[in-house]
Design a protein. Structure first.
Length: 228
């Protein structure tokens, strides 16, 4: 049965596959950085004593986590131009697939990372922030200088695990026509009629990347456990 496969199609579309992987990695890097940054702010807002911050942050996190990831991508791709047109009264251009994917991924990942960061912050003994307050720091200063540096060490393995999931989820952007790694393979398969070979290649690449990343996270978690 293996003789019926034409693995040379992977080499034929190598340029498109490399470009697609670079697009996936770019989306992954931007979404990871944005998701952690916004998620940290959301976690701090949820833990704040001011309801004007805590309530909207909690509502945003619960809403985003309650909807399917692919639905969020559709929202930002199709609904954003309509909302802009309604507000401005002008017919604007549609949001590009990459821009909509970046916004959707940052919004969704920030909701998940906010819960990770919130758990990490709550794992720090209460005496730490109180000591910071005693030194004259306010809430945000105590978080930035005392609590978060310790919390990030505790939650680093979980954050990296979520990053592996994020890399897997980048394949969802094919639904808005973005030429990511999976999209490039799909396009090449439609042109050549060898979609099985290209899909198998994509699956193997995703498996290797995620397996090695997961193995690295386990090693890191073991080292941090020993250090504690």
């Amino acid at each position: 049965m293996g003789g019926s496969f034409d693995w040379g199609v992977i080499w034929t579309f190598r340029a498109a596959l490399v470009d697609g992987m670079l697009t996936s990695l770019k989306l992954f890097a931007i979404s990871l950085a944005g998701g952690i940054a916004l998620g940290t702010l959301l976690a701090m807002a949820r833990l704040a004593s001011w309801k004007v911050l805590a309530v909207p942050a909690a509502a945003f996190v619960n809403l985003i986590r309650a909807i399917p990831f692919i639905m969020a991508i559709f929202w930002f791709y199709f609904l954003t131009p309509m909302i802009v047109n309604k507000l401005t009264g002008h017919q604007g251009e549609a949001v590009g697939p990459f821009a909509s994917a970046v916004v959707a991924f940052i919004m969704v990942e920030s909701a998940y990372y906010s819960e990770i960061v919130r758990a990490g912050i709550q794992s720090i003994p209460r005496g730490q922030p109180w000591a910071a307050y005693a030194l004259g720091m306010n809430y945000w200063q105590s978080m930035g200088h005392v609590v978060l540096p310790q919390a990030f060490r505790n939650m680093l393995p979980v954050m990296l695990t979520q990053a592996v999931i994020l890399f897997q989820d980048t394949s969802l952007v094919y639904v808005v026509g973005l030429k990511d790694f999976l999209g490039a393979a799909s396009k090449g398969g439609q042109i050549s009629g060898r979609i099985v070979e290209l899909y198998l290649f994509v699956a193997v690449v995703f498996f290797l990347v995620c397996f090695l990343a997961s193995w690295g996270v386990k090693r890191l978690n073991a080292r941090l456990a020993v250090a504690r």
